[in-house]
Design a protein around this ligand. Structure first.
Ligand SMILES: C[S@@+](CC[C@H](N)C(=O)[O-])C[C@H]1O[C@@H](n2cnc3c(N)ncnc32)[C@H](O)[C@@H]1O
Length: 268
């Protein structure tokens, strides 16, 4: 069976939203860095907020945070996780491209593992207006196991399943698509953060099903169980009393959103 194509709508799914709580966390230093990039602390925008992995901690650092997502189950999971702790957090359901936001209204826009799902030609001209002078869009990527003695064994299972579903490992077209937003970010700067995470093998496996490719609704029950069994077989020897230790590496790209993409002319 060919691999179903991934899309932003894959997250509009109750099991994906539930399993999201088992994704490894971002490094705390990333959150501090995001707040430090802001032009002020009045209002931040989280694009494709999911259950609030960025929006909730940012709400401790800004007067107001708008957390927007097209998935109702994700918004519900975020509201449940926050449990009303941040009255300054405004959850907004709908595509970010249709958001009704004030010009110059934000000191920071952050997109965690979400920008590649969005329509850049509609989003970036709006973002360029929504941000205050000096404010940046911060693109955050990377919440999987990046460093561990078992990283290769884990990667082999993931690669095997991509191929089993008819996908191409490190598909150049997919890589280019995942970087398409870079043309819309002026004077880009980059940083990287990492931290050690300890979590149970079973939580790590469940969290994989919050990723678009491994959503249980797309894999179906039999393939979901086989995927889990492969990961369990590969990683059980590396778990101590069911716990895995690994490092998450998170990449940050930030700069001014451009109303039009940069084009590069090729000489010759
Ligand atoms: C991988 S999750 C990231 C969640 C969270 N930002 C994080 O860093 O963990 C991607 C999220 O982007 C949302 N999304 C995708 N396309 C979107 C769009 N056009 N407008 C709003 N949200 C979108 C999905 O519903 C999903 O919740």
């Amino acid at each position: 069976m060919a691999q179903p194509k991934n899309s932003g709508e894959d997250f509009d799914d109750a099991d994906v939203a539930r399993a999201y709580a088992n994704r490894p966390p971002y490094p705390p230093a990333l959150i501090e860095a995001l707040a430090g990039l802001a032009s002020g602390r009045a209002r931040a925008l989280d694009l494709g907020c999911g259950p609030g992995k960025l929006a909730i901690p940012l709400a401790d650092r800004f007067d107001e945070v708008w957390a927007a997502d097209l998935s109702a189950p994700m918004i519900a999971a975020g509201q449940a996780a926050d449990a009303g702790a941040h009255p300054n957090l405004r959850w907004m359901h709908g595509p970010i491209e249709d958001l009704d936001a004030p010009d110059g209204g934000f000191d920071l826009a952050a997109a965690g593992a979400s920008i590649h799902w969005m329509d850049h030609a509609r989003l970036f001209p709006r973002l360029a207006r929504w941000l205050r002078p000096g404010a940046v869009i911060a693109v955050v990527e990377g919440d999987g196991p990046a460093e561990a003695p078992w990283r290769e064994a884990y990667g082999a299972v993931i690669r095997g399943w991509v191929e089993r579903l008819g996908g191409v490992w490190n598909d150049p077209a997919m890589i280019a698509g995942s970087r398409a937003h870079e043309a819309w970010i002026g004077e880009p700067r980059r940083a990287e953060f990492s931290h050690e995470v300890r979590m149970s093998l079973e939580a790590l496996i469940d969290g994989e099903h919050s990723r678009a490719t491994w959503a249980r609704a797309k894999l179906g029950p039999d393939r979901s169980a086989a995927f889990d069994a492969d990961l369990r077989d590969a990683l059980t020897p590396h778990a101590e009393e069911g716990i895995l230790i690994f490092k998450v590496r998170t990449r940050l790209l930030y700069g001014r959103p451009l109303p039009e993409p940069m084009t590069h002319s090729v000489a010759g």
